[in-house]
Structures are given as C-alpha cells and as structure tokens.
Design a protein around this ligand. Structure first.
Ligand code: FHN
Length: 593
C-alpha cells in the first residue's frame, strides 16, 4: 500500500494584517500538538491487522466505509481523560500553546457541534466536550488554545475530499461541504470557546484560492486576532509551514513552524515504538529556534484519554531543560548567521547572543564573523561561571574573530547554553565563514540564484527558486545556477560534496550531472545516493552526498563558487503530486581533504 504524505504546501506570502496576531506565537516558540479522534480506539489496527502508515489515516488506507467506521463513536468512552493534566503537561514542558484536533480528516467533531451530530457529545456514550474542558484549563494556565481543523479532506461528509469508496467523486459538491459543515463548525469553534489562538488548517489539496480566501476571512471576521496556519492553502496563512517533520538546513526568512511527531505517527498507534530520544527532541527545539521556526510537538492520546507514558516522560525532560534554558528559546529571534555551526546553534534576544553547544566546546573556542563587541560570556545555567573573551581581526581576510577561553565549562545535557552580553544587537559577516572545525557549508538560502538564459538579449528570471523551506524548487534546467562568496581562512585542499534530499516517502530524483566551478577549476559529477549523511534532518529527509572531487585554495581570502546542472536526468514518475521532479539541493560541503 502506498504511504501518503500530504503535508506539502506553498510558502505563504506575508499577510499585512498578520503582524499583531503573530506576536504571542513568535515569543512562544514551543507548542503541544494533540491528535485525538475516533481512530485512537483502533490504535493503528483494523480487524486484527496493523495498518501501515499514520494511525489517523486508517480509514483512508483501508478504505473503510462510513457505515463501518462511524459506529466506532459508540465505543468512545475515555474515562481517564483529564483536561487539567493535558494542559499542565504542556506547561511543564515549557510550552505556551496547545493545538488540538477539533476535526481531523475522518470528519468526527471532537466537540459539541450543533452543525453535525457526528460529534463527541451526541454520538458517544461519554457525552462530554473535551474542548470545553481544555479551554478552561488552558485559560487558567495562560496557555493559548488553538484548534486543528481539516477544511478540505473529510471522509465522512459526502462532499468532503478524498472519500471515493463511499461517494461518487463526480457528484461531490465541495461548496455544499463548506456551507453545511466547514463554515458552521468554524463559527462554533470561534464563538463557543473564548479567544482562540489559531485555527490550524491542514491539507489544502482541492480548495481554490477563492475558497481559501473566504475561509480565512470568515475566521478573521469572527476573531481578528486568531491566526490562520500556513496550510489554509494558496499562501494565505499568517505564517509558513514546511512539510511534516521537516528540519530546515539553514536560517529561514519569515515566520515558520515545524510540526513533528515524537514517534512516527500522529494519532495513537499501539505498535509504534519509534520514540525519538529526548536529546534529539531538545536539540531539535534549539535547532528550530535558531533558524526562526516554532516547534509544534505532537502527542497522540489513547482511547482512554491517556497520553502515552514515553511522551509524558520526554515532555517532562524537555521541561527540565527549558526551566534552566528557556530564556534562550522563548522570545528569541534566530541566529544572526544563516548556516548551522558544526558545534551547535545560536539564538538572539536584543543584545544577548546565546551559543547553544551540542557537546563540550574546545577549551580555546573561536568564532568567525561576529562584528559586535562582546562585553561578557557566562553559562546561562550558572551565570557566576564567566569566561574570558578576546576579539581581534584576521589580518589575511579582515574577518572579525572572537576567542573564548572555556576554562571551568560545565555541561548541561544535551545542550549547554553560553550567554554573550553584547554592546549592541549582533552584527555579523554576511558571507559564509569557515567553521572552527575548518569545514565550510554553502547552504541554499545563502546563495545567489541566477540564470544563463536571456530573453531579447537581457538576463531572464531563473525558473528555479530557493523554496521558503531552504530547498531548491523547480530546478530542472541547465541554465539556472547558485553562487556563493565565502571566506577561506586556512589555505589547502578541500573535498567538495553536493548534498541533495527528498521526503522519505517519495523517490529521490537525481542522476543529474552537476558542475562545481571554483578557484579556476570545474568539477563534474553525476549526483548519486552515494553517501548517506547522518544527522537530525535525515530521519524524514534523507541527506544524500555526492563527492565531487577536490578544490585547492592557495591562500586565505574570499572565493566564489558556482553550482549548475550540466545534464538533466528527469525520468517519468519523478514529478508527483508533491514533488516537482527537479534536483532538491540542500547544501554544498567543503571539508579539508
Ligand atoms: O494528514 C495529516 C496528518 O494526519 C497530520 O494531521 C499532519 C500533521 O501535520 N498533517 C497532515 C499531513 O500533513
């Protein structure tokens, strides 16, 4: 059975009226996603068989008729549901908002809906409204309550998208679905539960731009300060969402949120034990904050209303880290540098610069490119532990250098934060710098995008673009190129490697011959899945390295590198509903040979 990933969405443009509504959300940085609906009763198994893929997609995967699926409601009786415990769990983890499924694709309203009797109060023996209870508990704890709402896919309503096994596609009237279900239910959600932080729309697969625009307006008319997630479709959200579980490779422009699972599924699945280690979760939180993205981390409670123990344990552990280091996450702005560092990440708050170390730094730590004066450096967890700093300028390249003597450094697992107090907001060298481990990473978002194509003698616009999520989009031509200026501090010979990626459920498209032009040399290679690169990003977006050969930098200084496709290898089937079939370039790495 083909697995389905429907999280791809166009990058929203910035809506001018979003600014004020976004303020709390930008500060929050960390939120709890809750996927809870009828499918949690089946826990990923249907008629004794484990259904592959996402637990909450079981109805679609097995094409379960409404007549068989809907009666599950009569079994829904979550005796252990405790809204206070759920809200407190979010607070304990250091989160500031909660997004819960008010209606997922299976079409069941998890609240008391007058618009449709297929809801948790009218159709179950339990008869309670969990959203009402949660709203009260969130209010008590000053948590922003947000509702997930599947505005397009609905496998229960005859006019909802993607149930083709019960309903004839040709007879569907999407407008009737909007009129009968979506608008009335949105009105209920926005008028019965107090102030709502956001409606987290999802999977805009069949809606027209005009429909998405109407839905957005409907929300804003009822609650002007309620945010609309990026998956409203057609770039009409207040902020952007990359695909599920996507971790960008570099700092992003604008407002982003990555939603992610703790194991591999969103809804409760008894057999999914692929729990990510807590160190991985904390590092991801830091990674995302440093790139300007919120982290919406999911739990899938079971049919009794209990959040799985491994999730609770991890959230408490994250909370313990946040209790000490939350200052370096909440209310911060991203790293002033675009690329990642091999030693860790950075976040900023006014004149404070936080260095997040993923391990113990070198005793004599060096940072290239920070222009602002550093007044002091100390451990965030123990401000009395201060470090000596020296600032100078590299004579060969004019690059500012910061040296920190980490004598007395004490680690906090898995990320230790050092707070630098600066004389002003940080200013940095815009060009890519060589890292303390001598590597140089040229990331897509820092490249200049150009083309050799011309129209009536003038340079044309490149067809390829850097997608908002940091990957190239529509790179299926030989004329467009990426170019970087970067600073080499240590002359020598370097190995060049081109890194491409793809969503793990989709085929990798490659085999294009690329040309790397730099320092008077041209390296040509066919991209391959040659080296599987480990790292945070690789679980759902495998990183494939193609070694391209060696470049020699005879002296320290600024170099320019251009990357272009010389021969394309676009095969039938490379282009799917969710992939443009071109080269999904992520970065080019240079490492001392
Ligand atoms: O299809 C859904 C999926 O079940 C889950 O809700 C995720 C969360 O982002 N969104 C959709 C897929 O992207």
């Amino acid at each position: 059975m083909r697995a389905v990933d429907v999280s791809a969405v166009k990058t929203p443009s910035r809506n001018p009226d979003s600014e004020k509504a976004l303020q709390w959300w930008r500060k929050a940085r960390f939120g709890l996603f809750i996927h809870w609906s009828l499918s949690s009763i089946k826990a990923g198994e249907w008629k004794g068989e484990v259904v592959p893929g996402l637990a909450e997609w079981m109805m679609f995967q097995k094409k379960i008729p409404v007549a068989e699926f809907a009666p599950l409601a009569q079994e829904f009786n979550p005796r252990k549901f405790d809204a206070a415990a759920w809200a407190q769990l979010a607070v304990d983890a250091g989160m500031r908002y909660v997004v819960i499924t008010a209606k997922h694709h299976e079409g069941f309203a998890m609240y008391h809906s007058k618009a449709d009797p297929y809801n948790v109060v009218d159709a179950t023996p339990w008869g309670r409204d969990p959203l009402k209870e949660l709203a009260k508990e969130c209010r008590k704890r000053r948590l922003k309550l947000c509702f997930y709402y599947s505005q397009d896919l609905d496998w229960h309503h005859p006019d909802g998208a993607w149930n083709t096994w019960d309903y004839d596609e040709a007879k569907k009237k999407p407008e009737r679905y909007l009129r009968e279900k979506v608008f009335p239910q949105l009105r209920e959600l926005l008028t019965q539960y107090g102030s709502i932080g956001m409606i987290w729309f999802d999977t805009p697969l069949t809606l027209s731009r005009a429909q998405s625009r109407r839905i957005r307006k409907f929300v804003k008319d009822l609650q002007p300060q309620c945010l609309v997630s990026g998956r409203i479709g057609h770039g009409l959200g207040d902020y952007s969402l990359p695909r599920d579980n996507f971790l960008p490779g570099a700092r992003l422009e604008g407002d982003w949120e990555t939603c992610a699972t703790m194991n591999d599924t969103w809804g409760y699945k008894r057999t999914d034990h692929a729990w990510k280690p807590v160190d991985n979760l904390i590092t991801t939180l830091v990674d995302l904050a440093s790139k300007g993205s919120n982290y919406l981390l999911n739990v899938g409670p079971d049919a009794d209303g209990v959040v799985p123990a491994p999730s609770v344990k991890r959230l408490h552990q994250m909370g313990a880290w946040m209790a000490v280091n939350g200052e370096a996450i909440r209310g911060t702005t991203p790293s002033p540098f675009k690329p990642e560092f091999s030693w860790g990440r950075m976040t900023t708050k006014g004149r404070s610069l936080f260095l997040h170390f993923f391990g113990r730094p070198e005793r004599r730590f060096r940072l290239h490119g920070l222009k602002t004066k550093v007044r002091s450096a100390a451990l965030l967890a123990a401000p009395e532990v201060k470090f000596a700093v020296t600032q100078s300028v590299d004579p060969a390249t004019g690059t500012p250098l910061l040296d920190i003597d980490f004598k007395g450094f004490k680690s906090t697992r898995p990320v230790t934060v050092v707070k630098l107090q600066l004389a002003a907001a940080p200013e940095v060298e815009e060009r890519t710098m060589q890292q303390p481990d001598d590597s140089i990473t040229l990331v897509g978002p820092q490249a200049q995008v150009g083309t050799d194509r011309s129209e009536s003698g003038a340079a044309a616009k490149p067809a390829m673009r850097m997608g908002g999520n940091g990957l190239t989009e529509n790179w299926a031509n030989t004329e467009d190129w990426l170019e970087w200026d970067f600073v080499v501090l240590k002359p020598g010979t370097y190995d060049a490697m081109v890194v491409t990626t793809h969503q793990h459920l989709e085929p990798w498209s490659g085999g294009h011959t690329v040309v790397v032009s730099c320092a008077g040399k041209q390296l040509r290679r066919r991209t391959k899945q040659a080296v599987a690169l480990p790292g945070l990003r690789s679980k759902y977006y495998p990183q494939w390295g193609t070694p391209c050969g060696k470049l020699r930098f005879a002296e320290a200084g600024v170099y320019t590198l251009r990357l272009q496709i010389e021969r394309l290898n676009v095969k039938a089937g490379d282009k799917t509903l969710f992939s443009d079939g071109g080269m999904q370039f992520s970065e080019l790495r240079l490492a001392p040979a």
